[in-house]
Design a protein around this ligand. Structure first.
Ligand SMILES: [Zn+2]
Length: 328
């Protein structure tokens, strides 16, 4: 699987391939872009292109080095994330990485470290990494992966070459799903619309499960819209039983209000994720102002953050759904 098989991101790949061809890769990169658009795939692809035994400045995907990198099992390519059971990347991990990068590579090629998700480095870990970047180890490439620049120290960012990864156009996702995955066009269009420009998301088994659950969620939301004052508490209780289920619902709800906003602003169904639910979406959109839809979308995001911080799920969901019910 060479670079040409990667879906989208032509400009970012061109920058990296130019660096490879001229042997002028930067010592540190930060890849920014929303979840699942392919940042980690590109980082691993770059590592493969550096170490591939079959191809120069590209990668075969089959040689022992490519296979070991793909399975995160190559001695010169390190993937750094939180340790099992931990929420952040610690200073000890960053120091160990720094020591490793200063050793000679096992091959005579570059050592590569990929930190994903980089904002999970706590403050002292980021500071330690900053010191590493002030005197970058020779022959090492560091790649930080993040959904936004927000959680990273500006001083750290300023030492990295920044590559931004945009969501993939729906057409690119559809083409891939039909030609490479053998999906039927209708199925591909639906998954692509729901994927928000993320091939990772379009291919995740969760997305198909999600497609099935949405019917019940839409009915739940619609029943609140009728002003049933007890419905929201019962709905919140049902959703709160399982943490992942609650987070899945909230992610969907954020997309739902995003769709409502798009429909209100453009009166067009283009770019809408819940395209198959458009007949449910239209009456909802008609009952909201842009400001209300924006407010509810932000409430979905806030509730997600609260549940991730382990706030009582049922109370957080009750609070959110009460907002949904009250606005009608
Ligand atoms: Zn190879």
């Amino acid at each position: 699987m060479p670079f040409s098989d990667i879906v989208g991101h032509g400009k970012q790949l061109a920058t990296l391939r130019r660096g490879l061809a001229q042997d002028r890769l930067h010592h540190a990169y930060v890849f920014l872009g929303s979840e699942g658009v392919g940042k980690r795939t590109v980082a691993l692809s770059l590592a493969k292109a550096v170490h591939c035994l079959e191809m120069a400045q590209d990668f075969c995907g089959r040689c022992v080095n490519c296979v070991r990198i793909e399975s995160h099992n190559h001695p010169d390519v390190r993937l750094l994330g939180p340790l099992p059971g931990k929420k952040d990347i610690s200073i000890e991990q960053v120091r160990a990485l720094e020591r490793e990068l200063n050793y000679r590579a096992f091959s005579n090629r570059k050592k590569i470290a990929i930190i994903d998700p980089a904002p999970l480095m706590n403050f002292s870990a980021q500071n330690a990494l900053l010191k590493t970047l002030e005197e970058p180890p020779a022959g090492a490439i560091l790649i930080l992966i993040s959904t936004s620049a927000g959680g990273l120290l500006p001083t750290l960012l300023s030492r990295c070459l920044r590559l931004s990864f945009a969501p993939l156009p729906a057409s690119a996702v559809i083409d891939h799903l039909i030609s490479r995955r053998g999906l039927k066009p209708e199925q591909a269009e639906l998954l692509a619309a729901m994927s928000l420009g993320s091939l990772g998301r379009a291919l995740s088994p969760d997305l198909e499960a999600l497609a099935r659950k949405r019917g019940a969620w839409v009915d739940g939301i619609a029943s609140l819209a009728k002003g049933d004052s007890t419905a929201w508490a019962a709905f919140a209780e049902e959703l709160s039983r399982d943490r992942e289920e609650a987070l899945g619902f909230l992610q969907w709800l954020e997309w739902w209000y995003r769709d409502v906003l798009i429909y209100l602003a453009t009166e067009s169904v283009q770019e809408i994720c819940n395209l198959d639910l458009i007949e449910n979406l239209k009456p909802q959109a008609a009952s909201y102002s842009l400001k209300q839809a924006l407010f509810l979308r932000s409430q979905a995001l806030i509730t997600t953050a609260r549940i991730r911080r382990n706030v009582n799920r049922r109370m957080a969901l009750e609070n959110l759904l009460a907002h949904v019910a009250r606005l009608h």
